[in-house]
Design a protein around this ligand. Structure first.
Ligand code: ADP
Ligand code: GLC
Length: 485
């Protein structure tokens, strides 16, 4: 079984969010199952630098306004990869999607059309002698792969499209359509037209043989108006082709027993290092000792993540003598609001803006609670990192958060915890300060029973979030589409 894995970012070379963590681990987990996986990625400078060259480039000529596109065979980490060398489109440092002004690059439609178009070129077997059985594309950037495969006609590879976040859709004005070099009838309701515009996300959802998303709960939620971002009708019509496969954790990067970023290492059986990490984190953020738990946040600052709600709930954290340490970057207004909160709650709240991988590890290592109050969350990885690092997650019951975190604080009362899912954190229902504050109060109550807290924490640290399970589900899916491969 040969799988072409089409995406845009891979940790550690290039990362804007959880997608990069997934792409660093899932392909390897698929390869461990005997699947012949090759990555296809845009030749962004950070990826070109990280790759080890591996053979002669294949010239694809001029495409999408780039005078010469070359396909570079290489290796990224342990895996074979192809990077699309198109300097006019990809030769820009920094964030792969937006310019230094924070705005989308104006030629994004052509930049990411090229990615899907190259993926489909593999189907002809004209690139090397490697012809995939399955093209597996991720998020809107790779959304056109299925459209180009369909446009070329004939029997070709099967296609899987994975939605990591339906909120980012890659929608462009209809006037962009001629740039894509697709047959005119593709611009229709039964194609990639979306409310008069064109949508890479819709193309991904419409043309793929199978659609997956990154948790079972999100797979259900996106079929509703609340979480469907306008795609719910299409998703409902394709419900038979849609499934949710929960992400895993890359334990070669996220393991408190051997994490070089931590000031001290620890495990569920040897927790002294956790106290050292907590102490060091307080010192690093200028927070004094306190009687309550230390809340950590590592997040993009966007409306999705609900961190405006957490600001409103700061009185509840103060009420249990808790403290907050936040690392986040994103929307200016949210950064300013957190800055203001830190200034007005000295010794209680401290923030760092920017992107800092090592500090993120130190926060998971030092925190008692990881707060992920997202309005929606396709999967979410930080709640799992928190669990493994002995920081109990406090989350909204949505998407992958609902699938991984179960209430531990409602001792003896009504609980959402299924009989087979022991409590491992704190879960609130509605994206309102009242519900969030009540969850914080439950955390405070459990904190006051150190034995109970430790039991919950230690069980969480022993949880299994490896990628093997998810890789098995993807492999089954590939086999359903191409039983003969
Ligand atoms: P999303 O992809 O929606 O941002 P995830 O929870 O799936 O959410 O993944 C977020 C990833 O990005 C995690 O690896 C997290 O540690 C990391 N991250 C988020 N913000 C920062 C930051 N400011 N500095 C360092 N790492 C961050
Ligand atoms: C997206 C989602 C996040 C998910 C990640 C990896 O960025 O927002 O919930 O964990 O993709 O799949």
């Amino acid at each position: 079984m040969r799988v072409l894995y089409v995406s845009t970012e891979v940790h550690p070379a290039l990362k804007t969010g959880g997608l990069a963590d997934v792409n660093a681990a899932l392909p390897g987990a698929l390869a461990s199952r005997g699947i012949d996986v090759a990555l296809l990625l845009p030749g962004f400078p950070a990826l070109m630098e990280a790759a080890t060259a591996g053979g002669a480039p294949v010239s694809l000529g001029a495409a999408f306004g780039c005078p010469l596109v070359n396909l570079m065979p290489c290796r990224l980490g342990d895996l074979p990869a192809w990077l699309i060398d198109a300097p006019a489109l990809y030769g820009r440092t920094g964030n792969p999607y937006v310019g230094p002004d924070g705005q989308d690059w104006p030629d994004n439609a052509r930049r990411f059309a090229l990615l899907g178009w190259v993926a489909a070129r593999f189907a002809d077997g004209g690139i090397g002698d490697w012809r995939p059985d399955i093209v597996h594309s991720h998020d809107w950037h790779a959304g056109l792969a299925g459209a180009y495969l369909r446009a070329r006609g004939g029997a070709g590879p099967g296609s899987v499209f994975t939605v990591h976040n339906l909120a980012y859709q890659g929608n462009f004005p209809a006037t962009t359509f001629p740039d894509l070099a697709l047959p005119p009838h593709f611009f229709s309701m039964h194609g990639l037209e979306f409310h008069g515009a064109l949508s890479f996300m819709k193309a991904g959802l419409f043309y793929a043989d199978r659609i997956t998303t990154v948790s079972p709960t999100y797979a259900r939620e996106i079929q509703s108006a609340e979480h469907g971002f306008g795609m719910e009708g299409l998703l409902r019509s394709r419900a038979g082709a849609l499934s949710g496969i929960l992400n895993g954790v890359d334990t070669s990067t996220w393991d408190p027993r051997r994490d070089p970023a931590l000031p001290a290492r620890f495990s569920a059986d040897a927790l002294e290092g956790k106290a050292v990490c907590r102490q060091a984190l307080r010192a690093e953020f200028g927070l004094p000792q306190a009687g309550g738990p230390l809340f950590g946040v590592v997040s993009r600052l966007t409306a999705q993540k609900g961190l405006d709600l957490l600001l409103e709930a700061l009185p509840a954290i103060a009420a249990i003598d808790g403290q907050g340490a936040l690392l986040g970057t994103g929307e200016r207004a949210l950064e300013a609001a957190w800055q203001l909160a830190a200034a007005s709650h000295p010794g209680r709240v401290a923030v760092r803006h920017g992107y800092d991988e090592a500090l993120a590890h130190r926060i998971f290592g030092g925190a008692d609670i990881i707060a992920v109050p997202s309005r929606f969350e396709p999967c979410g990885l930080t709640q799992m990192y928190g669990l493994l690092y002995g920081a109990l997650p406090l989350v909204r019951r949505t998407g992958g958060l609902a699938d991984t975190v179960h209430e531990a604080g409602r001792v003896g009362a009504a609980t959402h915890t299924a009989a087979d899912a022991p409590g491992n954190g704190f879960v609130f229902e509605l994206p309102h300060v009242t519900d969030l504050s009540a969850a914080i109060a439950r955390a405070g109550a459990l904190w006051r029973s150190p034995t109970a807290w430790q039991a919950v924490r230690n069980a969480g640290m022993r949880a299994e979030f490896g990628w093997a399970h998810a890789a098995g589900h993807y492999a089954d899916l590939y086999r359903q589409i191409r039983p003969e491969a």
